[in-house]
Design a protein around this ligand. Structure first.
Ligand code: HEC
Ligand code: HEC
Ligand code: HEC
Ligand code: HEC
Length: 138
Protein backbone atom coordinates (compact mmCIF):
# COMPACT_ATOMS: atom_id res chain seq x y z
CA UNK A 1 0.00 0.00 0.00
CA UNK A 2 2.81 2.39 0.95
CA UNK A 3 4.60 1.78 -2.31
CA UNK A 4 1.43 2.35 -4.29
CA UNK A 5 0.80 5.69 -2.58
CA UNK A 6 4.29 6.95 -3.30
CA UNK A 7 3.92 5.91 -6.93
CA UNK A 8 0.65 7.80 -7.04
CA UNK A 9 2.32 10.93 -5.57
CA UNK A 10 5.11 10.54 -8.10
CA UNK A 11 2.58 10.65 -10.93
CA UNK A 12 0.18 13.26 -9.55
CA UNK A 13 2.86 15.66 -8.26
CA UNK A 14 4.18 16.83 -11.64
CA UNK A 15 0.66 16.96 -13.08
CA UNK A 16 -0.36 19.36 -10.29
CA UNK A 17 2.73 21.52 -10.79
CA UNK A 18 2.01 21.81 -14.52
CA UNK A 19 -1.68 22.52 -13.91
CA UNK A 20 -0.97 25.27 -11.37
CA UNK A 21 1.71 26.79 -13.59
CA UNK A 22 -0.72 26.82 -16.49
CA UNK A 23 -3.34 28.60 -14.39
CA UNK A 24 -0.82 31.29 -13.35
CA UNK A 25 0.27 31.87 -16.94
CA UNK A 26 -3.38 32.07 -18.00
CA UNK A 27 -4.21 34.77 -15.44
CA UNK A 28 -3.10 37.53 -17.82
CA UNK A 29 -4.80 38.39 -21.09
CA UNK A 30 -2.93 38.75 -24.39
CA UNK A 31 -4.44 42.17 -24.81
CA UNK A 32 -6.20 44.58 -22.47
CA UNK A 33 -8.63 47.22 -23.59
CA UNK A 34 -7.96 49.82 -20.91
CA UNK A 35 -11.20 51.68 -20.32
CA UNK A 36 -11.65 52.06 -16.57
CA UNK A 37 -14.95 53.90 -16.44
CA UNK A 38 -15.42 52.47 -12.94
CA UNK A 39 -12.60 54.80 -11.83
CA UNK A 40 -12.63 57.65 -14.38
CA UNK A 41 -16.36 57.95 -15.05
CA UNK A 42 -17.12 58.91 -18.65
CA UNK A 43 -13.83 58.69 -20.55
CA UNK A 44 -12.58 61.94 -22.04
CA UNK A 45 -10.25 60.13 -24.44
CA UNK A 46 -10.71 56.98 -26.50
CA UNK A 47 -9.90 53.69 -24.74
CA UNK A 48 -6.35 52.33 -24.97
CA UNK A 49 -5.54 48.96 -26.55
CA UNK A 50 -2.55 47.51 -24.70
CA UNK A 51 -0.84 44.36 -25.93
CA UNK A 52 0.33 42.62 -22.76
CA UNK A 53 1.90 39.79 -24.71
CA UNK A 54 4.05 42.05 -26.93
CA UNK A 55 5.23 44.08 -23.98
CA UNK A 56 6.00 41.07 -21.79
CA UNK A 57 8.06 39.64 -24.66
CA UNK A 58 9.86 42.86 -25.64
CA UNK A 59 10.60 43.66 -21.99
CA UNK A 60 11.43 40.11 -20.96
CA UNK A 61 14.92 41.05 -19.74
CA UNK A 62 13.63 43.97 -17.68
CA UNK A 63 10.99 41.70 -16.13
CA UNK A 64 7.41 42.10 -14.96
CA UNK A 65 8.54 44.58 -12.29
CA UNK A 66 9.00 47.39 -14.82
CA UNK A 67 5.21 47.74 -14.65
CA UNK A 68 3.96 45.68 -11.71
CA UNK A 69 4.90 46.57 -8.15
CA UNK A 70 3.72 46.34 -4.56
CA UNK A 71 4.84 48.48 -1.62
CA UNK A 72 6.97 46.49 0.80
CA UNK A 73 5.14 45.94 4.14
CA UNK A 74 8.01 47.29 6.23
CA UNK A 75 9.81 49.91 4.14
CA UNK A 76 7.03 51.03 1.78
CA UNK A 77 9.58 50.73 -1.07
CA UNK A 78 8.09 49.46 -4.32
CA UNK A 79 9.11 45.89 -4.98
CA UNK A 80 8.04 43.29 -7.49
CA UNK A 81 6.57 40.05 -6.20
CA UNK A 82 6.43 37.27 -8.75
CA UNK A 83 2.92 35.84 -9.06
CA UNK A 84 1.31 38.86 -7.34
CA UNK A 85 0.84 41.10 -10.37
CA UNK A 86 -2.39 43.05 -9.91
CA UNK A 87 -4.52 45.54 -11.72
CA UNK A 88 -3.18 49.08 -11.24
CA UNK A 89 -6.54 50.36 -10.00
CA UNK A 90 -6.31 48.18 -6.90
CA UNK A 91 -3.98 50.79 -5.43
CA UNK A 92 -4.23 53.82 -7.74
CA UNK A 93 -7.55 55.65 -7.52
CA UNK A 94 -9.19 58.62 -9.18
CA UNK A 95 -7.23 60.98 -6.98
CA UNK A 96 -3.69 61.07 -5.70
CA UNK A 97 -3.42 59.75 -2.15
CA UNK A 98 -0.38 60.82 -0.18
CA UNK A 99 2.58 59.70 -2.32
CA UNK A 100 0.48 57.28 -4.41
CA UNK A 101 -0.23 58.89 -7.80
CA UNK A 102 -3.74 58.88 -9.28
CA UNK A 103 -4.54 56.13 -11.79
CA UNK A 104 -4.17 58.39 -14.84
CA UNK A 105 -0.74 59.57 -13.69
CA UNK A 106 0.25 56.00 -12.81
CA UNK A 107 -0.51 54.88 -16.38
CA UNK A 108 1.04 57.95 -18.00
CA UNK A 109 4.11 57.81 -15.78
CA UNK A 110 4.66 54.16 -16.55
CA UNK A 111 3.57 53.95 -20.21
CA UNK A 112 4.55 57.35 -21.64
CA UNK A 113 7.57 57.54 -19.34
CA UNK A 114 9.08 54.38 -20.76
CA UNK A 115 8.26 55.21 -24.39
CA UNK A 116 9.90 58.61 -23.97
CA UNK A 117 13.04 57.22 -22.43
CA UNK A 118 13.20 54.55 -25.17
CA UNK A 119 13.00 57.32 -27.75
CA UNK A 120 15.65 59.37 -25.98
CA UNK A 121 18.01 56.42 -25.95
CA UNK A 122 17.61 56.08 -29.71
CA UNK A 123 15.20 53.13 -29.98
CA UNK A 124 13.39 53.68 -33.29
CA UNK A 125 10.56 51.35 -32.30
CA UNK A 126 9.83 53.02 -28.98
CA UNK A 127 6.06 52.94 -28.61
CA UNK A 128 3.77 55.98 -28.94
CA UNK A 129 4.36 59.23 -27.04
CA UNK A 130 1.51 61.34 -28.43
CA UNK A 131 -2.03 61.30 -27.02
CA UNK A 132 -3.56 59.90 -30.20
CA UNK A 133 -0.89 57.20 -30.44
CA UNK A 134 -2.36 55.45 -27.40
CA UNK A 135 -5.88 56.89 -27.26
CA UNK A 136 -6.83 55.77 -30.75
CA UNK A 137 -10.18 56.61 -32.22
CA UNK A 138 -11.82 53.46 -33.51
C1 HEC B 1 1.71 55.61 -23.89
C2 HEC B 1 0.27 55.63 -23.90
C3 HEC B 1 -0.47 56.91 -23.55
C4 HEC B 1 -0.21 58.19 -24.01
C5 HEC B 1 0.90 58.65 -24.94
C6 HEC B 1 -1.23 59.02 -23.41
N1 HEC B 1 -2.07 58.28 -22.63
FE1 HEC B 1 -3.70 58.98 -21.59
N2 HEC B 1 -3.95 57.14 -20.77
C7 HEC B 1 -3.25 56.00 -21.13
C8 HEC B 1 -3.82 54.87 -20.43
C9 HEC B 1 -3.37 53.44 -20.54
C10 HEC B 1 -4.89 55.37 -19.65
C11 HEC B 1 -5.88 54.57 -18.78
C12 HEC B 1 -7.12 54.38 -19.61
C13 HEC B 1 -8.25 53.69 -18.89
O1 HEC B 1 -7.98 52.74 -18.16
O2 HEC B 1 -9.42 54.09 -19.08
C14 HEC B 1 -4.94 56.81 -19.88
C15 HEC B 1 -5.86 57.66 -19.28
C16 HEC B 1 -6.08 58.97 -19.66
C17 HEC B 1 -7.16 59.82 -19.18
C18 HEC B 1 -8.21 59.41 -18.13
C19 HEC B 1 -9.29 58.58 -18.78
C20 HEC B 1 -10.20 59.38 -19.68
O3 HEC B 1 -10.22 59.10 -20.90
O4 HEC B 1 -10.88 60.30 -19.19
C21 HEC B 1 -7.06 61.01 -19.82
C22 HEC B 1 -7.98 62.21 -19.68
C23 HEC B 1 -5.90 60.91 -20.69
N3 HEC B 1 -5.32 59.68 -20.57
C24 HEC B 1 -5.45 61.94 -21.52
C25 HEC B 1 -4.28 61.90 -22.27
C26 HEC B 1 -3.72 63.03 -22.98
C27 HEC B 1 -4.36 64.42 -23.06
C28 HEC B 1 -2.55 62.61 -23.57
C29 HEC B 1 -1.54 63.42 -24.38
C30 HEC B 1 -0.99 64.58 -23.71
C31 HEC B 1 -2.39 61.20 -23.22
N4 HEC B 1 -3.45 60.81 -22.43
C32 HEC B 1 -1.34 60.39 -23.65
C33 HEC B 1 -2.20 55.92 -22.02
C34 HEC B 1 -1.63 56.98 -22.68
C1 HEC C 1 4.57 47.17 -19.99
C2 HEC C 1 3.91 46.93 -18.73
C3 HEC C 1 3.66 45.52 -18.27
C4 HEC C 1 4.55 44.45 -18.24
C5 HEC C 1 5.99 44.40 -18.69
C6 HEC C 1 3.82 43.34 -17.66
N1 HEC C 1 2.54 43.73 -17.36
FE1 HEC C 1 1.08 42.58 -16.55
N2 HEC C 1 -0.28 44.07 -16.83
C7 HEC C 1 0.02 45.34 -17.25
C8 HEC C 1 -1.21 46.11 -17.34
C9 HEC C 1 -1.31 47.56 -17.76
C10 HEC C 1 -2.25 45.24 -16.97
C11 HEC C 1 -3.74 45.56 -16.92
C12 HEC C 1 -4.00 45.95 -15.51
C13 HEC C 1 -5.13 46.88 -15.33
O1 HEC C 1 -6.28 46.54 -15.69
O2 HEC C 1 -4.88 47.93 -14.77
C14 HEC C 1 -1.64 43.96 -16.61
C15 HEC C 1 -2.32 42.84 -16.13
C16 HEC C 1 -1.70 41.71 -15.61
C17 HEC C 1 -2.38 40.66 -14.88
C18 HEC C 1 -3.86 40.62 -14.52
C19 HEC C 1 -4.06 41.41 -13.25
C20 HEC C 1 -5.51 41.45 -12.80
O3 HEC C 1 -5.76 41.19 -11.61
O4 HEC C 1 -6.38 41.75 -13.63
C21 HEC C 1 -1.43 39.72 -14.54
C22 HEC C 1 -1.63 38.43 -13.76
C23 HEC C 1 -0.15 40.20 -15.08
N3 HEC C 1 -0.36 41.42 -15.72
C24 HEC C 1 1.05 39.53 -14.95
C25 HEC C 1 2.23 39.92 -15.56
C26 HEC C 1 3.45 39.12 -15.57
C27 HEC C 1 3.60 37.75 -14.91
C28 HEC C 1 4.37 39.83 -16.29
C29 HEC C 1 5.79 39.44 -16.63
C30 HEC C 1 5.93 38.21 -17.40
C31 HEC C 1 3.74 41.08 -16.70
N4 HEC C 1 2.45 41.09 -16.24
C32 HEC C 1 4.37 42.08 -17.43
C33 HEC C 1 1.27 45.82 -17.56
C34 HEC C 1 2.41 45.05 -17.70
C1 HEC D 1 -0.34 46.94 -4.48
C2 HEC D 1 -0.49 48.35 -4.76
C3 HEC D 1 -0.07 48.88 -6.12
C4 HEC D 1 -0.37 48.36 -7.37
C5 HEC D 1 -1.19 47.12 -7.68
C6 HEC D 1 0.22 49.25 -8.33
N1 HEC D 1 0.85 50.29 -7.68
FE1 HEC D 1 1.85 51.85 -8.55
N2 HEC D 1 2.34 52.59 -6.73
C7 HEC D 1 1.88 52.10 -5.51
C8 HEC D 1 2.33 52.98 -4.44
C9 HEC D 1 2.03 52.79 -2.95
C10 HEC D 1 3.09 54.01 -5.04
C11 HEC D 1 3.79 55.18 -4.35
C12 HEC D 1 5.12 54.76 -3.84
C13 HEC D 1 5.79 55.90 -3.11
O1 HEC D 1 5.32 56.20 -2.01
O2 HEC D 1 6.70 56.48 -3.67
C14 HEC D 1 3.07 53.73 -6.48
C15 HEC D 1 3.74 54.52 -7.43
C16 HEC D 1 3.60 54.39 -8.78
C17 HEC D 1 4.22 55.25 -9.77
C18 HEC D 1 5.15 56.44 -9.47
C19 HEC D 1 6.47 55.93 -8.96
C20 HEC D 1 7.23 55.20 -10.01
O3 HEC D 1 7.55 54.01 -9.81
O4 HEC D 1 7.50 55.78 -11.06
C21 HEC D 1 3.83 54.80 -11.00
C22 HEC D 1 4.21 55.39 -12.34
C23 HEC D 1 2.97 53.64 -10.79
N3 HEC D 1 2.85 53.41 -9.43
C24 HEC D 1 2.37 52.89 -11.81
C25 HEC D 1 1.65 51.70 -11.60
C26 HEC D 1 1.09 50.88 -12.68
C27 HEC D 1 1.20 51.20 -14.15
C28 HEC D 1 0.49 49.80 -12.09
C29 HEC D 1 -0.20 48.62 -12.75
C30 HEC D 1 0.55 47.93 -13.81
C31 HEC D 1 0.65 49.95 -10.64
N4 HEC D 1 1.35 51.11 -10.40
C32 HEC D 1 0.15 49.07 -9.70
C33 HEC D 1 1.14 50.97 -5.33
C34 HEC D 1 0.68 50.11 -6.33
C1 HEC E 1 9.40 49.68 -19.84
C2 HEC E 1 9.01 50.16 -21.16
C3 HEC E 1 7.54 50.20 -21.58
C4 HEC E 1 6.43 50.38 -20.79
C5 HEC E 1 6.36 50.55 -19.29
C6 HEC E 1 5.30 50.43 -21.69
N1 HEC E 1 5.72 50.27 -22.98
FE1 HEC E 1 4.51 50.35 -24.64
N2 HEC E 1 6.11 49.88 -25.80
C7 HEC E 1 7.42 49.75 -25.37
C8 HEC E 1 8.27 49.42 -26.51
C9 HEC E 1 9.79 49.19 -26.46
C10 HEC E 1 7.42 49.37 -27.65
C11 HEC E 1 7.83 49.09 -29.11
C12 HEC E 1 8.15 47.65 -29.33
C13 HEC E 1 6.95 46.79 -29.37
O1 HEC E 1 6.00 47.08 -30.11
O2 HEC E 1 6.94 45.77 -28.65
C14 HEC E 1 6.06 49.67 -27.16
C15 HEC E 1 4.95 49.73 -28.00
C16 HEC E 1 3.69 50.16 -27.60
C17 HEC E 1 2.56 50.36 -28.49
C18 HEC E 1 2.56 50.15 -30.01
C19 HEC E 1 2.65 48.71 -30.38
C20 HEC E 1 1.53 47.89 -29.81
O3 HEC E 1 1.83 46.94 -29.06
O4 HEC E 1 0.35 48.18 -30.07
C21 HEC E 1 1.50 50.76 -27.71
C22 HEC E 1 0.08 51.11 -28.17
C23 HEC E 1 1.97 50.79 -26.33
N3 HEC E 1 3.32 50.43 -26.31
C24 HEC E 1 1.19 51.14 -25.24
C25 HEC E 1 1.62 51.06 -23.91
C26 HEC E 1 0.77 51.28 -22.75
C27 HEC E 1 -0.70 51.63 -22.82
C28 HEC E 1 1.55 51.11 -21.66
C29 HEC E 1 1.18 51.21 -20.21
C30 HEC E 1 0.07 50.40 -19.72
C31 HEC E 1 2.90 50.80 -22.12
N4 HEC E 1 2.90 50.78 -23.48
C32 HEC E 1 3.99 50.60 -21.29
C33 HEC E 1 7.88 49.90 -24.09
C34 HEC E 1 7.08 50.12 -22.96
Amino acid sequence: MRIKLSILAFIIGPVLVVAIGWQVSMAQEEQYILAHEDVFGNLRRPQVAFSHENHAETLEDAGCGVCHHTPDDKTGQLISIEGDERSCKQCHGFQKERSTPALREAYHGNCTGCHRSQKRSGNLNSGPTTCGGCHRKT
